[in-house]
Design a protein around this ligand. Structure first.
Ligand code: MOS
Length: 717
């Protein structure tokens, strides 16, 4: 089954969001609630020798101060998965680590109490930069196809360079927060998380609770971006306080602390060598990446994993290494690996094309991949070349002068046009859903998935409204709630490819159940009216969906609170989403300020389910790619550890005035092997390759090749 394109439709939750009625994690005000604030460590490494609490306890309103002795010992690691974030412990692993939690009747008292706590530390030597003494380099897994060294030796043209992507921090509008309530032996946690299942599991393990004792609810998230995809450190602290005090406790982590305690995008270095053969195509790739890692963190240096697959290069050798230093754990941040990797790789491809005297669009078009070089499997769909050709047409690429510095305005402003492409693995997660249609005009669809603004509710609504005769305004989408349906971690661009097919299957099953219920009777009206006519209050079905090659075992893992993704390699094929970005930069002649007046991005994400939110996703990815290329970097304090620019005044992000025209195109061709609707995935691929396109445009404008982000005025002086 392949489907017709879906119509444009407003966001399913637009109205409630505009009215301020959508409730986020910190919006839950529970009677008798207490407020918490954590105390951050002021040393980079060491041990707490004393945490005097008397001064804090004298502050009116302070109810209790929790220190390391108030928490169970750290949970044991489960093989294959790390331990959950530890609670308050005496060993300090990074500057900013919470060392105490002050709980008070008001937020003001909690803050005042936290400021009154001055722990005593035994300091240890530490390493905070990847080249500090004491930084430990650990090689990670390699990826190989064919024989890259032999192919490189045969190459007729070679390009080799190093590229650097800085440490960056996510700054979603919604801060990290936890509101916890312990009542009648059940812990209920309201928190903006992409992973209510992982939060639940961490609470169970840290606080020694069973599955029936923990409920996590995350109905709306004000920006996830991967920061809210793993369990952050405040959750168990707040929950423990709620359990000890028997009252609800809320904590919103201040932005300055989010920089220090939340996961972040680590600094990464990419050493790339490309070889081209006599036909002028890429024939060999060497890609060696390393990055900043914490001492015990599990976020691997996987930048090199998917590089050869985009252009189908048969001879490839990729390596990665962790450089372990004294920092908090880095982690997923939108387009976690392909963003830095595509910046480096798409810059390198551009440099090779220039060396060969080739137009960078024509050069890329020569490399259409049909087979996955890592395993020999066919690619189920690959419309990258359609993205490139359509983007070039919309952008007006044929009017581009080949030579750098060849396009300028009368005032001397240099104009550059650059292209950059990206690929992101098309991943799917098993889903279990229940659909209930009621005679009173309402309906409820409960499924795995979290709404972080990307449009999951709009996606589910599109499918259900297309396939079911129901009242759309009465449709409740119960997502992100561990008590409504088994939840997955909604990340890695698998939300739509996992949620849309299960919605379609639920609708089909419900329609079949209705036919069976009617048993040949003809009843007029929509499903609600039909149920009312036959005096049935409701009809409910349960359905599950598994991706290609997945089955009973994966569904059992989901029911058990586990993780069950598949892809991009499936039993019979490999699948990616693709994008091509075309960027114009203008470099002002005196100040050397870089502006980006327009971008055209064309994406192949399989079938587009919700055009409105899909286009918005691409815009968001493009904006962040520009911001990453020109603005964002977090600077480490080498003297004391921690981060220097830990607020939005000093951590500079692109603002409205930095963003020009962004035109988004969708290939919108279904990939029927991936699932019946033909969905691949979109959120992450949107950002892949944008920064490379910016770098390539700057080279085209100025003749200067910038290989370390962010690119700032001083780089072009
Ligand atoms: Mo994404 S960075 O996997 O939420």
């Amino acid at each position: 089954m392949t489907t017709a394109p879906f119509p444009d439709r407003p966001r399913a939750d637009a109205r409630e969001k505009v009215l301020g009625a959508a409730r986020y994690g910190a919006d839950f005000a529970i009677p008798d609630m207490l407020y918490a604030m954590q105390v951050p460590a002021t040393v980079a490494k060491g041990r707490l020798t004393a945490v005097p609490t008397a001064a804090a306890l004298r502050i009116p309103g302070v109810v209790r101060v929790l220190t390391a002795t108030d928490f169970p010992p750290p949970a044991p690691a489960i093989p294959g998965a790390g331990p959950p974030p530890s609670m308050i412990v005496a060993d300090i692993a990074y500057r900013g680590q919470p060392v105490a939690l002050v709980v008070a009747e008001s937020l003001e008292a909690a803050i005042e109490g936290a400021e009154a706590i001055h722990p005593v530390y035994a300091n240890s030597p530490f390493a905070t930069l990847i080249n500090s003494p004491g930084a430990g380099r650990e090689p990670a897994k390699r990826v190989t196809a064919g024989d890259a060294n032999a192919a490189m030796a045969r190459a007729t043209t070679r390009h080799k360079a190093d590229y650097v992507s800085p440490a960056q921090h996510h700054n979603p509008m919604e801060l990290l927060s936890t509101t916890a309530h312990w009542k009648d032996g059940v812990l209920t946690v309201h928190e903006g998380t992409q992973s209510s299942n992982l939060v639940k599991g961490a609470l169970m393990r840290n606080l020694r609770l069973n599955a029936e004792q923990v409920v996590v609810k995350s109905p709306q998230i004000g920006g996830g971006f991967g920061q809210k995809g793993s369990v952050q450190s405040q959750t168990s602290l707040v929950a423990r306080a709620a359990m000890l005090l028997g009252r609800p406790v809320k904590m919103v982590v201040p932005r300055g602390q989010v920089f220090h305690t939340a996961t972040f995008r680590p600094k990464s270095r990419h050493s790339i060598e490309l070889g081209a053969d006599a036909s002028g195509k890429i024939s060999a790739i060497r890609y060696d990446a390393d990055h900043q890692a914490s001492r015990g963190g599990q976020f691997g240096p996987d930048y090199h994993e998917h590089v050869p697959q985009m252009y189908g290069v048969a001879d490839y050798l990729g390596t990665g290494a962790d450089i372990r230093i004294d920092t908090q754990d880095p982690g997923y941040m939108r387009c976690p690996y392909p963003h830095p990797a595509a910046f480096a790789f798409e810059s390198a491809v551009d440099e090779l094309a220039f060396k060969l005297g080739e137009d960078p669009v024509a050069f890329r078009l020569k490399h259409r991949a049909t087979v996955d070089p890592l395993n020999g499997k066919p690619l189920s769909s690959n419309f990258l070349n359609d993205c490139i050709s359509e983007g070039a047409r919309r952008f007006g690429w044929d009017k581009r002068g080949l030579a750098p510095g060849s396009m300028r305005l009368p005032d001397g402003t240099q104009i550059g046009w650059g292209v950059g492409c990206g690929a992101y693995p098309a991943i799917t997660h098993v889903s279990i859903a229940t659909l209930r249609i009621r005679a009173d005009g309402t309906a409820r669809f409960a499924v795995a998935g979290h709404e972080m603004g990307q449009g999951l509710r709009s996606v589910l609504t599109q499918v259900l409204v297309r396939d079911l005769a129901i009242e759309p305004t009465g449709l409740e989408l119960a997502i992100g709630d561990t008590s409504a349906a088994p939840q997955h971690t909604t990340a890695g661009s698998w939300g739509t490819a996992s949620g849309a097919p299960v919605a379609a299957e639920a609708a089909a099953k419900l329609n079949a159940a209705m036919i069976e219920l009617l048993a040949g009777r003809t009843v007029a009206g929509n499903l609600h009216q039909q149920l009312a006519a036959i005096r049935r209050p409701y009809l409910e079905i349960e359905v599950s969906h598994a991706g290609p090659g997945q089955g009973v075992k994966d569904l059992a893992a989901l029911r058990g609170g586990g993780y069950a993704i598949a892809g991009p390699e499936y039993p019979d094929f490999t699948t990616f989403s693709y994008i091509a970005h075309f960027v114009e930069v203008r470099v002002e002649p005196r100040t050397r300020r870089i502006r980006v007046p327009r971008v055209v991005s064309v994406v192949d994400c399989g079938r587009v389910i919700s055009p409105r939110t899909a286009e918005s996703q691409v815009r968001g990815g493009v904006i962040w790619g520009i911001s990453a290329a020109l603005r964002e970097a977090t600077d480490t304090d080498p003297r004391y550890g921690g981060w220097l620019n830990n607020d939005l005044a000093d951590y500079v992000v692109a603002v409205n005035a930095d963003i020009g025209d962004i035109e988004v195109g969708m290939i919108d061709k279904p990939d029927p092997q991936m699932n019946a609707l033909g969905v691949k995935g979109l959120g992450e691929v949107a950002m892949a390759g944008v920064s490379g396109a910016v770098a390539n445009a700057i080279f085209h404008a100025t003749g200067k090749r910038l290989r370390e982000m962010p690119f700032r005025i001083e780089d072009l002086l």
